[in-house]
Design a protein. Structure first.
Length: 208
């Protein structure tokens, strides 16, 4: 399971074949079965093969993380607010204004049951497993952003693909620097929750 050939085949199956297959029209129970089986395989490899240990980051690293995340969030807030105001004004902050309880519930559910598993797969597993296969960190992070984008192909939305590619670059850089699943999960949750809050949740599968 540690040979380069095995890892390349594993990468192709887990990060290319499976996400692309979800675009095809076959029973949802089969997609769920494939997804759950894949996730359990990834957890097994992380814990038993890669011997991954999860640790809380040091206090000094938290300061740098929050400083960088807040700066990026400010840019995201400005750009996305302008976008929704210009192209979808009726949805601008509509959920938090009209359904605040649902807004709170969705943010919690999304962060715990969607963001964290995604980061285990696309950052923790991906970087732990495949970093040695790529010649440079730039290529590693670029490929990570591509496959993260492919994971959202089933939305069949060009803007979603663009946003997830950019998100993949940001999250990849954060994880490469910090090697922290917690950091990248918090960052992902913050940006995703903001998109839902500002009114871009529909295209990302959030209820409205």
């Amino acid at each position: 399971m540690q040979s380069s050939t095995y890892k390349f085949l594993e990468f192709f199956l887990v990060f290319i074949i499976v996400p692309v297959s979800f675009v095809l029209n076959y029973p949802i129970w089969m997609k769920l079965l494939i997804g759950i089986t894949g996730f359990l395989y990834i957890i097994f490899v992380l814990l038993r093969v890669e011997k991954k240990q999860f640790k809380i980051a040091k206090a000094d690293n938290w300061k740098a993380f929050w400083r960088q995340t807040i700066l990026k969030l400010i840019a995201i807030i400005i750009l996305t607010t302008l976008y929704v105001w210009a192209f979808d004004k009726s949805n601008l902050f509509s959920v938090i204004l009209n359904k605040p309880l649902m807004w709170i519930a969705i943010l919690f559910i999304y962060s715990l049951f969607s963001v964290y598993p995604q980061e285990l797969i696309y950052r923790t597993f991906f970087f732990q497993r495949y970093e040695t296969l790529f010649k440079s960190k730039e290529l590693l992070i670029f490929i990570n952003a591509i496959v993260f984008c492919l994971a959202h192909l089933f939305f069949k939305n060009t803007l979603v693909l663009a946003l997830t590619f950019i998100g993949g670059l940001l999250f990849g850089m954060t994880f490469y620097k910090s090697k922290s699943t917690l950091f990248v999960t918090i960052e992902h949750a913050i940006y995703g929750c903001w998109l839902f809050t500002v009114g871009m949740g529909n295209m990302l599968g959030f209820p409205s």
